[in-house]
Design a protein around this ligand. Structure first.
Ligand code: MG
Ligand code: MG
Length: 610
């Protein structure tokens, strides 16, 4: 379907916003009036720029507080509207958004409102314009899409239709299932916005916290499916009021937005039977099976010796160095870690390689989601792993059967690797993301690998709130957590600190493993005594167990599903390792313990500097 985006979503001048939308690949834009008013460009210049950029000017918005008013005020509103139609003629546009009245409405009478809408539509007709009427969730008298549609029906004019905005419908908990009852030709425009569940008043929620489809908690795919069933074939437009987007490079936001429109169309295709002709309206993405296995993780480090020692203490075997490059392969059980030494920049997860049935299909899907391809030169006899850059800069590589021999480039014997008796497994990855990239990284990973999102969580750190979003593959093979980290993460000396990510390894015998690893040189993050006093009180644990766990730095959680024991290594320049043991069918990550960990890391960092 054609794609569009409201200029209010983006930072920058109107001209910069238009450039960013065109570069991202949008078909059109909505001109947000305030962006035009502050622009030095004349309407004719904006029209010319749009033509040059091959961007359609889909919608002029908003025209506020038109209807449900006294006759005297309505006459004035018609004059105001006529001036906008004249302006739109100069812009070469023909559709205006009229949201339901929130400011001046005093006449709660559907006959009057429909009559006024009809007169506005008659004026629109004289100018060759169309009015898309939208119910705002906080509209004084009109605040549901169904009421909006009833009024449009009553006004009965070919230049008047409805605009459906997912936020206004879903934020009220309204049922979108009646959308297919609206004739397609009367749905003039569609605005898509998602939002996280925040339990706040709908107006500030809408003005500050909208996010792209797939980045919030509304069922956007279901909404899109209803639109498709209605037969809607106009543009899918994004209207996102978001404080972070307003501060982010518009080219990043525009690219993220277009990705969300590709994702939602693919999702709706999945909900429609293949013989449904409406399905063909939706732009398809290359399809792959959900990804369930991480093949290997690459850690880039300016401290390769310390990093290798950390892995060694945890039971990883050093397999060898790449025959041509400085990268080193470490293996424990089913976990492969490639260490890539660099001169500076700390230690962090730089790439994740995923096992897929066909790496070309996976690459095509990632590219359809807007990811740039990684170019990694190989020689003729080396395995080429296709890969892309995720929105936050992390690289994703795809490994299929034809590439499974890559460890031999590190001198590995594949049969012996498969025979490894170590039972260690990859439990989860935890990747920090700056605010600018967080939502996009979550959506990109979820959409590319076909994972599911769990409810998000806020975790208090001494330097600000960390928002944590866990993704899981459908069969539970991959757990991947993204942490949105505080904007400025600095230590007491004001130096920026790299907020650490981690690799969590699952074992079946955490206490024995921890004791052996500590003997082998593992430095465990010290956890304060207060935590253990609280733990003992909460769970009624015996003294000996708590003392043993404290000595080993083990944290604990228990719920109806089972138990969870885990510990953290000290941080190595931006990365640490977590060891976890899941008992029973415990699925979580020890809620509450993350805050203990963040405070302990802060404390530890400061002591190290003294
Ligand atoms: Mg809207
Ligand atoms: Mg963890």
């Amino acid at each position: 379907m054609k794609t569009s985006i409201a200029t209010v979503c983006l930072s920058g001048t109107l001209e910069e916003k238009m450039q960013a939308c065109a570069a991202a690949g949008f078909d059109g834009i909505e001109i947000f009036e305030a962006d035009l008013v502050v622009s030095p460009s004349s309407p004719a210049e904006i029209r010319a720029l749009a033509q040059r950029l091959e961007l359609r000017l889909d919608l002029y918005q908003p025209f506020r507080d038109l209807e449900g008013v006294t006759e005297e005020l309505f006459e004035k509103n018609l004059h105001r509207l006529e001036a906008k139609f004249q302006l739109m003629q100069q812009l070469g546009m023909n559709m205006i958004l009229v949201p339901s009245n929130v400011g001046t409405a005093t006449v709660e009478d559907d006959t009057v409102i429909a009559g006024q809408l009809r007169r506005a539509a008659e004026l629109a007709h004289r100018y060759g314009m169309y009015i898309a009427y939208e119910a705002l969730a906080w509209g004084t008298y009109v605040n549901t899409y169904w009421h909006c549609w009833q009024l449009v029906q009553a006004a009965d004019h070919p230049n008047l239709g409805v605009c459906l905005d997912s936020f206004h419908i879903l934020s009220r908990g309204d049922d979108p299932s009646r959308i297919p009852e609206i004739p397609a030709e009367k749905i003039y425009f569609v605005q898509l916005a998602d939002a996280p569940e925040l339990g706040m008043d709908v107006l500030p929620w809408s003005r500050h916290h909208r996010v792209f489809p797939g980045e919030g908690s509304f069922d956007m795919v279901e909404f899109m499916t209803y639109l498709t069933q209605a037969g809607y074939s106009g543009p899918l437009s994004l209207e996102i009021f978001n404080d972070v987007f307003r501060e982010t490079d518009p080219s990043i936001t525009a690219a993220d937005g277009l990705r969300s429109l590709r994702w939602i169309q693919q999702g709706a295709r999945g909900h429609l039977s293949t013989d449904n002709p409406a399905r063909d309206q939706l732009t398809a993405m290359p399809k792959i099976d959900p990804v369930e296995v991480i093949d290997h993780v690459e850690v880039t480090t300016d401290a390769p010796d310390e990093c290798g020692a950390l892995l060694g203490a945890l039971g990883f075997a050093f397999i060898g160095q790449h025959r041509r490059k400085t990268a080193q392969l470490f293996v424990a059980g089913g976990v492969k870690v490639v260490l890539t030494p660099v001169h500076q920049g700390g230690t962090y997860i730089s790439s994740v390689a995923l096992q897929v049935a066909n790496s070309n299909d996976a690459l095509a899907r990632a590219r359809a989601l807007g990811a740039p391809v990684v170019s990694r030169p190989v020689t003729a006899d080396e395995v080429r792993l296709p890969g892309v850059f995720g929105p936050g800069g992390m690289q994703f590589f795809f490994v299929d059967d034809t590439a499974a021999s890559w460890p031999t480039e590190f001198g590995a014997d594949l049969d012996r690797l498969a025979d490894n008796t170590n039972t260690i497994r990859l439990d989860h990855l935890n990747v920090p993301e700056a605010r600018d990239h967080f939502g996009a990284s979550v959506l990109f990973t979820l959409a590319t690998l076909r994972m599911n999102a769990l409810p998000g969580q806020d975790v208090a750190s001494p330097r600000g709130l960390v928002h944590s979003q866990a993704l899981e593959s459908p069969r539970g093979g991959i757990r991947w957590v993204f942490n949105r980290v505080p904007r400025t993460y600095t230590n007491r000396a004001g130096e920026p600190v790299r907020y650490p990510g981690h690799i969590a390894l699952a074992v079946d015998d955490l206490e024995q493993r921890a004791a052996a690893a500590i003997d082998a040189g593992l430095a465990v993050l010290p956890i304060p005594t207060n935590y253990y006093v609280d733990l003992q009180a909460r769970f009624g644990l015996d003294d000996a167990t708590v003392r043993r766990w404290q000595r080993l730095g083990i944290l604990y959680d228990r719920n109806a599903d089972g138990e969870f024991l885990h510990l953290y290594s000290e941080t190595l320049g931006g990365l640490f390792i977590e060891l976890v043991q899941r008992i029973g069918s415990y699925q979580g990550y020890g809620p509450g313990n993350a805050a203990v960990r963040l405070a302990a890391q802060e404390q530890h960092e400061q002591q190290r500097r003294l």
